[in-house]
Design a binder for this molecule. Structure first.
Ligand code: PLP
Length: 387
């Protein structure tokens, strides 16, 4: 047998988001394909991390994170969700929300277990399931409100189903699940005794009437819910890799052991920077974040409409899925490439968010951009010839 790649490499093929970013760099376009926020990191967070390095906080931390950040996360979760979390036993600080979900899947799922995923989905969720040998089972959400049918959901359950992945506010649709919808999910999870992995990384990016409701706060849901979040988006620190999961101590410990195995710990001084930021920023920081991003959302949605694309105005997160069927092409990829080549703006073709048929009339535009860059992107989109 010659040298060859292991079978697992097929599970992590080049993502369409990375492809579009590479194409975008090649032609020097504006990259609205990737969710990298280039808004400013709060001063308290930057100073906190800088001082932590100078103070010598540069070695491994406890496998579940420094006590300062666990205490700060527990305080924030209580302040925003009235959810009591024990910082000593119920929090695992990991390498981003991505690391937290990966460790949770390793600790709580068996190979061949089925996990329900809402479609359009965030690709990492599906790739994480596949890489950990679980099987995604899809339930479609339909525009314009990205609603799902409780019957579809019930039909997706089999004897192998072990969990549901929820993402609210959602990437890419911007959907914020309502209390009624969360109750349907909670009912299903309780009836079939399922875990709920809930990715709440966009918890502070909410613009519409539906506020963010952590599903763990619904009656009976605390024990079965693994709440995953992080500061990548809230503090614009995607490269720092600080995220966490909150869950019952029974699950937290094994999740933490996988975190230790894979990452050892999240970056020590950056944990402290985040802890200091969490402790010193008050609720005005978080509400102003939503105000700032609501203006960006309105700007890009208006530009997309003027450019002949039909945006599905998001209630949360910082992406817009827009109907780009006015652009000629056989599929979303061809349309997205035409948009890139003609307007010098990169977006992600909709197929990237569907497992089979679907999304070929859609593209995702990220609006987590500095105002000047976003304005230039909007000017280009408005100048489209496909009106
Ligand atoms: N979850 C969702 C839904 C995302 O959209 C992203 C980033 O785009 C992440 C998680 C990544 O979070 P982190 O940087 O904390 O790993």
């Amino acid at each position: 047998m010659g040298l060859e790649l292991g079978k697992r490499h097929e599970w992590v093929l080049q993502s369409e988001i990375r492809n579009m970013s590479i194409e975008c760099d090649r032609i020097g376009g504006i990259n609205l394909s990737q969710g990298v926020c280039d808004t400013e990191v709060p001063l308290e967070v930057r100073v906190g991390a800088r001082e932590a390095i100078e103070e010598g906080v540069n070695t491994y931390t406890r496998y579940d994170g420094l006590s300062e950040i666990r205490v700060a996360i527990a305080a924030k979760q209580y302040a925003f969700a009235k959810m009591k979390v024990d910082p000593e036993n119920e929090i695992i600080v990991s390498a981003g929300a991505t690391g937290a979900l990966y460790c949770a899947c390793l600790a709580l799922l068996n190979p061949e277990d089925e996990v329900i995923v809402f479609e359009p989905y965030y690709g990492y969720h599906v790739s994480t399931l596949i890489a950990t040998q679980a099987r995604p089972v899809y339930v479609r959400m339909e525009p314009p409100d990205w609603t799902f049918s409780p019957d579809d959901l019930e039909r997706a359950v089999s004897t192998r189903t072990r969990a549901i992945i929820l993402n609210s506010p959602a990437n890419p649709s911007g959907k914020v699940f309502s209390l009624r919808e969360l109750e349907v999910l909670a009912g299903l999870a309780s009836r079939h005794d399922l875990f709920v992995f809930t990715d709440e990384i966009y918890e502070h990016f909410v613009y519409g009437e539906n506020g963010h409701i952590p599903i763990a706060t619904l009656p009976g849901m605390r024990e079965r819910t693994i709440t995953i979040s992080g500061l990548s988006k809230t503090f614009s620190i995607t490269g720092w890799r600080i995220g966490y999961c909150l869950c019952d101590a029974r699950w937290a410990r094994p999740i933490g052991y996988f975190n230790d195995l894979i990452y050892v710990c999240a970056p020590a001084p950056l944990q402290l920077g985040v802890a200091r930021g969490l402790m010193s920023l008050d609720s005005r920081y978080y509400s102003s974040l939503a105000d700032i991003y609501r203006v960006k959302r309105d700007k890009i949605c208006q530009a997309l409409s003027r450019g002949g694309f039909r945006p599905h105005v998001p209630e949360g997160a910082y992406y817009v899925l827009a109907d780009i069927s006015s652009v000629p092409g056989r599929n979303g990829k061809e349309r997205a490439m035409k948009i890139l080549n003609n307007l010098k703006v990169a977006c992600v073709p909709g197929e990237a968010f569907y497992h089979a048929e679907g999304g070929d009339n859609l593209a995702r535009f990220c609006f987590a951009k500095d105002d000047l860059v976003l304005e230039e992107a909007c000017r280009r989109i408005e100048s489209s010839q496909w009106k």
